[in-house]
Design a protein around this ligand. Sequence first.
Ligand SMILES: [Zn+2]
Length: 76
Amino acid sequence: MPIKDGKRYCINHPNARMNRTGTLKALANVEGNAMEGTISPNSGLVVMPFVCEECGYLEMYVADKTQQDKTQQDKK
Ligand SMILES: [Zn+2]
């Protein structure tokens, strides 16, 4: 999603801001290939999704690369 002046906008709606989801999410790793792989819940990326309220378009950033608050670090 384009970031203008620190604000995130939908690629379909250049004037619509994208809203953060309430919590961080996880993209779990897959061990193996696309056909036979299994989801590995102990590894992956912590991500911060953003959603366009107009069209539902969803994009995400890796959470630890952003300047957002780190309030979710208590889960181990
Ligand atoms: Zn949109």
